[in-house]
Write a protein that binds this ligand. Structure first.
Ligand code: ADP
Ligand code: MG
Length: 319
């Protein structure tokens, strides 16, 4: 069985494109570009908690990198460097090779240099740290939402949750959209181009990893505001095409995680700008609600009735 150093040399060591010194020394040397702030984030994946130990290693590698890259997108930052701390039980080299390929594929797809990490024996645990750059003062934070702003969501949140329901045998998805749900679950595509394009337009933003309502609550709390969502504006079409059950599709949209779409707010007068950015990024952007000055979260139904989602009452929509 390969030792730690062999593993690192064979599977965790790649050329870099914008790094002075990568894997092999005690530390990596990165040179942030002038005028940029460094954005740092870690998202850990633990076997049995975030994925099943028997998960496909290539897909897991992609996902471990992608969920970290998504945090950069959510700040309006460009992901530039990543490290990976990994603990592995008795080493299965073919597993490590496939995992590293998936992780590396995602890094390449997003222009991220894999510059170091740590490799130890232990229960399977993956802890990447990603470093990004954003022009100084232009990061998009969670605390900038203001009364009157629109609430927007990118893409078709809920697809990964439907994909997961199919994998768990709870649901039989149909057609091309059913296929897309599985693709989304297995190979999330962080919205980096969109996140960067929204600098100066969005007032607050995050990536939806735990579900739209729960994540929106983070923006509301940090910004000390409330929101009302417009039920008829929720983008259900693709979810309905995939599962044909309105209740299931609605629950997936409001509470499903793992899509890594961007949820953001923007002042009303910037609607045209937001729409132009969506066209430029070739991504549907849905205006699903607005920010209120009083705290709380409401759902306005098609018949005009407003339903309060008190506290963490959105649990009601759990799949
Ligand atoms: P040290 O003993 O100085 O901490 P290590 O033996 O832990 O060094 O690591 C040697 C080199 O390999 C370092 O440059 C480290 O960043 C890199 N490295 C270790 N594990 C990984 C990994 N999982 N992915 C990428 N690089 C790694
Ligand atoms: Mg070390």
């Amino acid at each position: 069985m390969a030792g730690e150093f062999d593993l690192i040399r064979r599977y965790f060591n790649y050329p870099t494109s914008h790094t002075e010194l990568g894997v092999g020394d005690d530390g990596a040397l990165c040179v942030p570009r002038p005028g940029m702030q460094l954005v740092v984030s870690t998202d850990m994946l633990v076997a049995g908690t975030h994925f099943l130990p028997e998960a496909d290693p290539g897909l897991l590698g992609w996902k471990a990198a992608a969920v970290n890259v998504s945090d950069m997108a959510a700040m309006g930052a460009e992901p530039r460097w990543i490290t990976l701390a990994i603990s592995l039980p008795a080493v299965d080299e073919s597993w490590v090779a496939a995992f590293a390929r998936g992780f590396r594929d995602c890094c390449e797809a997003y222009g991220v240099d894999w510059i170091g990490g740590d490799t130890t024996r232990g229960p399977l645990n993956l802890a990447p740290t990603v470093f990004g750059e954003v022009p100084a003062g232009r990061a998009i934070r969670r605390d900038g939402a203001r009364h009157g702003d629109d609430v927007w969501i990118s893409g078709w949140p809920g697809m990964a949750a439907l994909g997961l329901a199919q994998v768990l045998g709870e649901l039989q998805l149909v057609g091309a959209w059913g296929e897309s749900c599985l693709e989304r679950l297995h190979r999330p595509m962080p919205r980096v181009a969109l996140g960067c394009a929204l600098r100066g337009t969005a007032s607050a933003m995050l990536d939806v990893s735990d579900g739209l309502l729960g994540d929106l609550a983070h923006i509301l709390e940090r910004s000390a505001v409330g929101a009302v969502l417009d039920e008829p504006a929720l983008p259900l079409e693709c979810l309905l095409a995939a599962c044909r059950r309105t209740e299931r599709a609605t629950a997936a949209l409001l509470s499903g995680g793992d899509d890594y779409e961007l949820l953001f707010t923007a002042p009303r007068e910037r609607r045209g700008q937001v729409e132009a950015i969506g066209r430029h990024c070739e991504l549907p952007l849905h205006r699903i609600g607005r920010i209120l000055d009083k705290p709380g979260l409401w759902l306005q139904r098609g018949d005009g009735v407003c339903e309060a989602l008190p506290g963490r009452g959105y649990e009601h929509f759990r799949n």
